[in-house]
Design a binder for this molecule. Structure first.
Ligand SMILES: Cc1cc2nc3c(=O)[nH]c(=O)nc-3n(C[C@H](O)[C@H](O)[C@H](O)COP(=O)(O)O)c2cc1C
Length: 331
């Protein structure tokens, strides 16, 4: 029998497939189906910094009546209760999820700027979450704000969240840093228990008919996994934090690749939105099949074997590889 177990954020997991934050994890009956299908842990949809701030001001939601009296950043906040139940409802969701399933429940906070709202992480811990994923979503659009200032802002936020709670904290990041390895190592030094690679920023589109900016959140494609594999392979021998891969994981061999690059878990969202929650069973069957056919006895046995430090050609993850790819186009 193949041993699929892995350890992530100090949690012993029965396998490396976790379900990442999406509307699917907003319902307890879905969480139960995920557990039955074999998921090792679930991440709840994110609660947003702005929602917590709004609640702190005693405002349930933004209405035309109260809009003008709110700070600029909160004036256009959409109604999010349907997505994550709002700040109080979120705590109840954690509590109900913990009662309904026995796999770990990871809560998620989405923010970028440290403030009073960070203390909310304590309530999330008290509600029973096994760990917290801090999804830092900041789009650096201001020409007068430097990369260094933004990095400081991230570090400040992680430091504050870490000092607010005792449960493990994973940081979900975007790849858009000039020196990602440096940023990851700074977060590691601060004690981030996990790094989640990578956030996908939603990209607005332009509707040519109406000449309006339209929102669209596309599901991922499998090719997005490669960026994650590269960075897991590069970082896994440099950071103590556990690495989680999210983005483009679709089948059992994607999990094998993630483990070989050095990740502790791989997370899925889009593939379940496309094929349904029960698809987890198929992905896990594919994983077991690959391990069996390749006479691998455990996940631990393959973790990190294709990290940059352990492959025969470490440059394959770097610049030299780009030139090789270009050269191969001529052949
Ligand atoms: C509809 C939808 C909603 C999402 N909501 C959240 C969220 O609330 N918080 C979060 O951290 N990520 C959220 N994500 C991102 C996913 O958790 C995941 O990281 C991303 O989709 C990449 O994984 P995938 O390729 O398996 O979809 C969302 C993704 C989708 C498609």
């Amino acid at each position: 029998m193949t041993d699929l177990s892995t350890k992530y954020l100090g949690l012993m997991l029965k396998n490396p497939l976790i379900v990442s934050a999406s509307p699917l994890t907003a319902y307890v009956d879905n969480l139960q189906r995920m557990e039955i299908a074999g998921a090792a842990a679930v991440v709840l949809p994110s609660l947003f910094e702005e929602q917590i701030e709004l609640q702190g001001m005693g405002v349930a939601e933004v209405t035309p009546m109260n809009q003008q009296s709110l700070p600029d950043a909160l004036q256009h906040l959409p109604e999010m209760k349907g997505y994550n139940r709002g700040a109080n409802g979120y705590l109840a969701h954690i509590y109900q999820a913990k009662k309904a399933i026995s796999i770990p429940v990871i809560a998620s906070l989405n923010g970028y700027y440290s403030g009073g709202w960070v203390q909310y992480a304590r309530l999330i811990e008290a509600a029973g979450a096994d760990a917290l994923e801090l999804n830092i979503y900041y789009l650096a659009t201001k020409p007068n704000v430097s990369g260094q200032e933004i990095e400081e802002m991230y570090l400040h936020l992680v430091r504050d969240v870490k000092s607010a709670v005792r449960i493990p904290v994973a940081v979900k990041l975007s790849p858009y840093f000039s020196a990602f390895a440096h940023m990851a190592s700074q977060l590691d030094k601060l004690g981030a228990d996990g790094l989640v690679l990578f956030n996908r920023f939603y990209q607005p589109d332009i509707d040519l008919e109406t000449r309006e900016v339209v929102s669209s959140l596309d599901l991922s494609s499998q090719s997005e996994l490669r960026l994650r594999l590269r960075w897991a392979a590069i970082l896994s021998s440099h950071v103590k934090a556990d690495l989680a891969l999210t983005g483009g994981v679709e089948n059992g061999t994607d999990i094998v690749k993630g483990m070989m690059a050095g990740a502790k878990v791989t997370a899925v969202a889009s593939v379940l939105l496309k094929h349904g929650i029960e698809h987890i069973k198929q992905i896990l069957a594919e994983l077991e099949q690959w391990l069996g056919e390749n006479e691998e006895e455990s996940i631990a046995g393959i973790q990190g074997i294709m990290s940059q430090q352990r492959v025969s050609d470490p440059a394959a993850f770097e610049r030299a590889n780009y030139m090789n790819v270009l050269k191969s186009l001529e052949e």
